[in-house]
Design a protein around this ligand. Structure first.
Ligand SMILES: Nc1ncnc2c1ncn2[C@@H]1O[C@H](COP(=O)(O)OP(=O)(O)O)[C@@H](O)[C@H]1O
Ligand code: SF4
Ligand SMILES: [Mg+2]
Length: 339
């Protein structure tokens, strides 16, 4: 698979104990005007191991940002839990503050994350000040800017966001995250607002940081090509649930869930007919019974689920991501019997 960003696929790190785990995580927002609650995250199990980059992919509105924010402790779960480094997240303010030093968020739109009245130096030093850093602030800011590829860093100290390119602004945001020496970065659509020409540079930067610092990352993206270029593992989300997860090359070259197959079929480089998803777009206040994808599923509509003898299960039995040792995990009655 090729995209406009042409990087080598990342090599998978050693399998190790998860750094971060979400277990049966649910987040529901109160429904508007008597509507049912919006089940934005609806039973997610997800692991991120040390030194691993996991891509979280899925259509807009499927719950990616809500899940990412909950992993940072910004949205408390309705039920289920998040565990970091073996310990459940503690939502009391002091503990959360310490946690947010170890896990940093990088947002989509660098202009939105940077205060236009703050210099680059102030933007990067802010986190250090919040966390009462006792070391050499100037050296730490310079080091973070260098790592983010803004060299020599002193040249950028007194610049304002409007004096920088979009790619440089995103590097400042990344430097602001790196300065706290986090163990995990959660990046929500980190290159979506950038020109194609600088996207590859920012992705290369994230990969280099993984190599140099052993960083782990969850990269949220609606772009499967980006997942291919950057991630070790991919988790495909549909209507609040992970429906398929596995090594990037397995999931993207041999997708098993009909939803993943449909997403891949519309990429420009895909072979065969694109799958046009029918039915209503996902609405988390109306999660259908049975398999939550069933009203839009091309395999059910095309009669293949019927022929495999699972059509009635598709319509009536909800299913979690089926566990499998290693390999790809998939939440689909049809994929399970197809072997
Ligand atoms: N604060 C909120 N209150 C009510 N509904 C929300 C809130 N935040 C997100 N949602 C709903 O949750 C669903 C998932 O949203 P989001 O996590 O932003 O998805 P994604 O990032 O995949 O586009 C959407 O239907 C959205 O409208
Ligand atoms: S369980 Fe059935 S309806 Fe759901 S994705 Fe699989 S084949 Fe389609
Ligand atoms: Mg989002």
């Amino acid at each position: 698979m090729t995209t406009e960003t042409t990087l080598e696929p990342a090599s998978p790190p050693e399998r190790s104990a998860p750094l971060l785990t979400a277990s049966d995580l649910h987040i529901a927002f109160p429904g508007r005007r008597g509507a049912d609650p919006a089940r934005a995250v609806d039973g997610v199990d997800l692991d991120i191991r040390r030194g691993e980059i996991v891509a979280l992919v899925g259509e807009s509105g499927c719950g990616k940002t809500t899940l990412a924010r909950s992993l940072l402790g910004l949205v408390p779960p309705t039920s289920g839990r998040v565990t970091f480094d073996g310990k459940p997240l503690d939502y009391r303010s002091r503990a959360l503050k310490a946690y947010r030093k170890r896990v940093q968020l990088v947002l989509q739109d660098p202009s939105g994350s940077l205060n236009p009245r703050h210099t680059v130096y102030e933007a990067v030093a802010e986190g250090l000040r919040i966390h009462g850093y006792g070391g050499d602030e100037r050296a730490a800011v310079g080091d973070a800017l260098s790592r983010a590829g803004l060299r020599p860093p002193e040249r950028f100290f007194l610049r304002y966001p409007h004096e920088l390119s979009g790619g440089q602004r995103q590097r400042v945001v990344i430097a602001g995250a790196l300065v706290l020496e986090p163990e995990l970065i959660v990046a929500d659509e980190p290159v979506a607002s950038l020109d194609a020409s600088v996207r590859g540079e920012i992705l290369a930067l994230l990969l280099r940081l993984r190599e140099e610092l052993g960083l782990s990352a969850l990269v949220v993206t609606h772009d499967l090509g980006l997942a291919w270029n950057i991630a070790d593992r991919v988790a495909v989300m549909y209507l609040g649930r992970i429906v398929e997860t596995g090594a990037v090359e397995d999931v993207l070259t041999a997708p098993q869930h009909p939803y993943t197959q449909a997403l891949l079929s519309v990429l420009p480089e895909a072979e065969g007919e694109p799958v046009v998803l029918t039915g209503e777009p996902p609405d988390p206040s109306r999660v259908p019974g049975g398999c939550r994808f069933h009203a839009r599923c091309q395999i059910l509509a095309g009669g293949e689920a019927e022929r495999a003898g699972v059509a009635s299960d598709c319509r009536t039995k909800d299913l979690p991501v089926l566990s499998g040792a290693g390999g790809t995990q998939v939440a689909c009655h049809w994929a399970a019997v197809r072997g």
